[in-house]
Structure formats: structure tokens, C-alpha cells
Design a protein around this ligand. Structure first.
Ligand code: FES
Length: 117
């Protein structure tokens, strides 16, 4: 993961989603995130979010215009690009997401009095 190529935008809101580009180009000689393993990366991030109960959703994304530097991961809305992300980066990403988004408690579901009888 390259921290040099992030684009800080000053947005302090917690991300609602983490986007992972899974675009694969038809021409094999052109770069794409899927050709660099982004599908496995998306699966690993999704599994980590579920295991930690992090309050964020993973979205498998179309191309984000960073094809030569992928796999591309971005926090949304308006977050920085994480470029060249690989499976070794997943724990760091999950730590960051957990710090920004928090984790759901068992109490985060629908209140019992609204469930009816
Ligand atoms: S193919 Fe992933 S950013 Fe373009």
C-alpha cells in the first residue's frame, strides 16, 4: 500500500463504505485491479469487517481511474485512495476502519419494543 499517493480531502466524517476496485480489463496486456488480486482482497476485507463487526460496508467497485497503481481501495464518501493495496495491508485497513467507524454492539439492532409481539 502506498501512503505517498493518498489524497487527503479534509473530510472528517467516518466512512460509510470501503470501495475495492474489482475491474478486470478484457485486454490482458492492460493493467487492472482484478488482474492484481483485488477480488481476493475484497473478500479478505469483507471477512474482516464481518469478523470485527465494523460499522462499514464493503462495495466492490468499478474502475476508479488508478489502474496502473492498483489494487485500488478507497473509503467513501470522499476518502483517500489506497494504492497498491495487497493482502498484507488488510489488518492495517481494518484497524483504521474500526477506529473511524466503530463496531456494532449487540444492542445496535432494532429495539425490542419495536419488534412487535
Ligand atoms: S482497474 Fe482498478 S482503478 Fe482502474
Amino acid at each position: 500500500m502506498s501512503g505517498d499517493e493518498t489524497k487527503p480531502d479534509g473530510n472528517e466524517m467516518a466512512p460509510r463504505a470501503v470501495l475495492v476496485c474489482i475491474n478486470r480489463r478484457f485486454r490482458g496486456d492492460q493493467p487492472s485491479c482484478a488482474a492484481r488480486g483485488s477480488e481476493a482482497l475484497a473478500d479478505a476485507i469483507a471477512a474482516g469487517i464481518a469478523a470485527r463487526n465494523i460499522r462499514v460496508k464493503l462495495e466492490r467497485s468499478i474502475c476508479m481511474g488508478q489502474c496502473t497503481k492498483g489494487p485500488t481501495v478507497r473509503f467513501a464518501p470522499g476518502g483517500r485512495f489506497n494504492l497498491g493495496t495487497n493482502l498484507e495491508d488488510v489488518p492495517i485497513l481494518l484497524d483504521e476502519l474500526e477506529a473511524l467507524c466503530g463496531v456494532a454492539d449487540d444492542d445496535d439492532g432494532v429495539p425490542m419494543h419495536l419488534l412487535g409481539s
